[in-house]
Design a protein around this ligand. Structure first.
Ligand code: TYM
Length: 336
């Protein structure tokens, strides 16, 4: 039996933060040699909220460089840009016509983002999970590694696939594979540094709320020194009254690569004054190699473009095949 196929993506909006890294990319990297991997840059999703056309292409390249800097290995992994493959938008349209509107109106992320946008909500923002379903189902992915906030979108993806299979396929010949979400317990929901009850997010207006993968040592030091804590002495996981403590210990655990038990033991009698320098140290040292590799990739734009071209060719072949199957099932004619 061949390897299972894994697919996931990140939007090229703003610099990636620790939530994106610990919730998603780190897991892609860690398990990549077990799977046949496809990771893409979700640039069609990036225009569902107002964007700067002067920056989109640069941010797309920068994200590709960051994927590679985080350790994606081209021997196991195909990296490509969503907008380079027209099948994503085309399949999304076909899905639009079988997806009930009320499935989309229920989406938590839509409700949250729409609230922030006020009156300027685009149809694209509402339709975003349908495009995401197309992203995944085009590749007949088995597994989709994401953070907790994408769980509902993955459920919708499965519902769309099941609906299409039921309406246009047969039980013995399903058209689309139903993917499984891969959400790790630890790191699936990294919280803001200024409020442990809110998730770390690119759209939080406060820079202080997140550490990005490209923050300098000074920025990391300042953000951790000033981050929200509590007045309790002794640090422990899993106390619902202490969300900041839970979050900062999790960051320390994941960035230091220790087990939860080892961290719990090490920190049990510590105060924040003792803990914060340790966290600062693992953070700076953990991000340094990623930053070094990123800087190097950013000086090799030609190579980066070649990686994305190769990725496009490989991904396009799979995507076209699936799109063709769906169009056949829906009864479309073929050009001569
Ligand atoms: P995006 O760009 O918002 O986030 C990329 C990945 O980072 C995870 N993530 C987090 N994980 C833990 N803690 C956090 N605070 C945190 N914030 C973000 C997200 O869960 C995600 O895995 N819709 C997607 C992109 C996308 C996609 C896809 C993903 C488009 N098509 C198909 C998978 C498959 C998004 O906006 O992710």
């Amino acid at each position: 039996m061949g390897k299972q196929r894994v697919l996931s993506g990140v939007q090229p909006t703003g610099t990636l933060h620790l939530g994106n890294y610990l919730g998603a990319i780190r897991n892609w990297v860690e398990d990549q040699n077990q799977y046949d991997n496809y990771f893409f840059i979700a640039d069609l999703h990036a225009i569902t909220v107002p964007h700067d056309p002067g920056q989109l292409a640069d941010q797309t390249y920068a994200l590709a460089a960051l994927y590679l800097a985080c350790g994606l290995d081209l021997e196991h992994t195909t990296i490509f840009v969503q907008s380079h493959i027209s099948a994503h938008a085309e399949l999304a349209w076909l899905f639009n016509c079988i997806t009930p509107l009320n499935w989309l109106e229920r989406m938590i992320q839509f409700k949250e983002k729409a609230l922030k946008q006020g009156e300027n909500v685009s149809i694209g923002l509402l339709d975003y999970p349908v495009l995401q379903a197309a992203d995944i189902l085009l590749y007949q992915a088995d597994l989709v590694p994401v953070g907790e906030d994408q769980k509902q979108h993955l459920e919708l993806t499965r519902d769309i696939a099941a609906r299409l299979n039921f309406q246009y396929g047969s039980e013995t010949h399903p058209i689309l594979k139903l993917p499984e979400p891969l959400i790790r317990k630890e790191g699936a929901r990294i919280m803001s540094l200024t409020d442990g009850t809110n998730k770390m997010s690119k759209s939080d207006p406060s820079e202080q709320s997140r550490i990005t993968l490209l923050d300098t040592p000074d920025e990391i030091r300042n953000k951790i020194k000033r981050c929200k804590t509590d007045p309790v002495r002794g640090l422990s996981f899993d106390d619902p009254e202490r969300p900041e403590c839970q979050n900062l210990l999790t960051l320390y655990q994941l960035m230091s690569g220790q087990s939860k038990a080892a961290v719990a033991k090490e920190c049990t009698d510590m105060g924040w004054g003792q803990f914060k320098p340790l966290l600062i140290e693992v953070m700076i040292e953990g991000l340094r190699p990623i930053q070094d590799r990123y800087t190097e990739w950013m000086t090799q734009k030609q190579e980066l473009a070649a990686v994305l071209q190769k990725g496009k060719d490989k991904a396009d072949a799979i995507a076209s095949d699936t799109l063709g199957k769906v169009k056949d099932a829906l009864g479309y004619s073929h050009p001569l």
